[in-house]
Design a protein around this ligand. Structure first.
Ligand code: GZL
Length: 359
């Protein structure tokens, strides 16, 4: 580019000098100093303008147009929460087609599909890449490629392993999952009055939301609740079906379960089914705490079949696109844009609250 500008400047200069000499043969001699200087200034201005236009063209070429072009590599459709996030993002983009162009990929729970989608976005020259890393590890290569392509990356709702170095992404928009686990433990301690046996339904193996919710819950219980025992903990992969399946196996193995902590509400709803089929009363014989704050959990709490959900909002689209626009404009943003979430126990859940839920 610089070479092209230099050549262009050279040509412009030559042309302007030739014009002085050529158009008026009588001015074959050198033009007066002032005129030469003015011509040179004019050429520099022209070259600067040309350079800016070129830079704008490069930018536009990268994104194809002056809209904000975002590539979103979604994990899949494993839970009601994930669907709510997808709907919010697609709905927001559809309402802003004059300024936003969204390319959306569904990875069907597979990391290799997310990586493929991200590589496609790089090829397309999108302005910003957005994705929730299905697991914390295995992103170094593709995120380095994003850096080399000078495309900012926004992580949403999950993070990557800190040991990979946090310069591999630009910012993360997500809830505090350790906090969510701690809040669940505090409520669990209240529900059991400090004493009981608990089983844990974990999220997707290796997902930051699962790793951190477990850390927050287990560490709080270990430090503060000497008479609460976590007798077993297995993954239900954040799905309702697997949550039910694992809860069935827990009920067959342990006859004295007092409560279950589920890393998301979909697994809690599956556990409720299993508890009922085992002839026990969910929310009473076995206390149930979930995370996410999906409407199904609020309805179960209202029905007395669940005791608490710790919110983790999936309504992130406005923050995502506002942040992406700032990054396209070269602005800097915080490394972690944290969502504000609530804790909903039975005393806080009324029909009005249920009716007012956004997801
Ligand atoms: C949380 C998100 C989790 C939800 C699950 O930010 O990554 O993934 O808690 C979803 O419901 O599957």
């Amino acid at each position: 580019m610089k070479k092209a500008i230099a050549l262009l400047m050279g040509l412009t200069m030559a042309a302007s000098l030739t014009a002085c000499g050529g158009s008026q043969s009588t001015t074959a001699t050198a033009a007066p100093a002032a005129q030469t200087e003015k011509a040179a200034e004019g050429d520099t201005e022209a070259a600067k303008a040309e350079e800016q236009t070129e830079a704008a063209k490069t930018e536009e070429k990268k994104s194809g147009n002056d809209k904000l072009v975002v590539g979103f590599a979604q994990i899949g459709q494993e839970s009601g929460w994930r669907d709510a996030e997808t709907n919010d993002v697609q709905w927001y983009a559809a309402r802003n087609t004059d300024t936003i162009e969204l390319t959306f990929a569904d990875a069907q729970q597979k990391q290799e599909n997310q990586i493929k989608a991200i590589r496609n976005f790089i090829e397309m020259g999108v302005d910003v890449i957005v994705f929730p890393p299905v697991v914390e590890t295995g992103w170094e290569a593709v995120l380095t490629e994003c850096q080399e392509a000078d495309i900012p990356v926004i992580l949403v709702d999950r993070g990557i392993d800190a040991s990979a170095g946090d310069d591999l992404y630009t910012t993360m928009i997500a809830s505090d999952h350790v906090w969510a686990g701690e809040q669940a433990a505090i409520v669990m301690n209240d529900l059991l009055e400090g004493n009981g046996k608990v089983v844990e339904l974990e999220g997707t193996v290796g997902a930051s939301a699962a790793v951190q919710r477990k850390k927050g819950f287990d560490e709080y219980i270990a430090a503060n609740c000497p008479d609460i025992e976590i007798v077993d903990s297995q993954t239900g992969d954040f799905t309702r079906a697997m949550g039910k399946e694992v809860m069935e196996s827990f009920l067959k193995t342990y006859s004295d379960i007092d409560a279950v902590f589920c890393h998301n509400d979909d697994m809690a709803l599956g556990a409720i089914e299993a508890i009922k089929e085992a002839g026990k009363k969910p929310g009473q014989d076995i206390k149930i705490i979930g995370v996410d704050g999906v409407k199904g959990a609020f309805e179960a709490i209202l029905a007395g079949e669940m005791n608490c959900t710790v919110e983790c909002t999936p309504i992130l689209a406005e923050q995502i696109f506002d942040t992406a626009a700032k990054l396209k404009n070269g602005e800097t943003v915080d490394k972690w844009i944290m969502s504000a979430d609530g804790v909903y126990t039975e005393d806080k859940v009324t029909q009005e609250v249920v009716d007012g839920r956004q997801y």
